[in-house]
Design a protein around this ligand. Sequence first.
Ligand code: HEM
Length: 194
Amino acid sequence: MNDIISNVSDLFSIWNVTRAAAITSYLLLFISMLTGLTFKLPIFPKKSQKILLNTHEATGWFGLLFGMVHGLVLVFDTDYTSYTIFNILIPFTVEHNAISLSLGIFAFYGFLLLVLSTDFLKKLGKRVWKAIHFLAFPTFYAALFHGFLMGTDSQTIWMLIIYIFTGSSVLILTILRIVQAAQLKKKQVMVKKA
Ligand code: HEM
């Protein structure tokens, strides 16, 4: 019986909870990026576009929530780290791994801004909202490099495959999106001239 209790408490140790929340947050934010970059593609019918947009918003919110759990739970870890709430909320307040840890803090604030700005879209106006939304790209890569540089699981082949797959898909889809937007602009100019 004691063995079972000790196995269960090992499984749900603070370190495992923060790792699980980190990877869940990262994958949800990846799905949010993926759906955000693809929902407007003409290959999808209108009905699917709505589902993709809802998925984009929901995964953004849940990703942020898991990101918050991942960061906050670290305050209770005494086995591997000794971060204070101050270290978790303010970038560059630790001595070791200051840059890689701060990338995670920036990623958290970046996603928070993205999610909140979407909720206040009407008040901000589309122009400001769009400018903020461009932050999604650096914010996502801040999370990727943060996880890769800090993560215990970066040593494993499956986590490396996840980073390579997610990082390259977001890059390719962003390029496609830029090309699509440029083509649309060109078409609009040609129609105006004709
Ligand atoms: C939404 C924002 C964030 C995302 C998506 C994120 C994602 C990740 C990922 C994927 C890992 C690797 C986990 C593993 O290999 O098991 C990681 C590790 C880590 N993160 Fe974050 N993170 C975020 C914010 C933060 C914040 C705000 C802090 C606190 C300052 C933080 C501190 C850490 C630490 C200490 C590790 C190493 C833990 C380990 O080795 O597993 N992260 N993060």
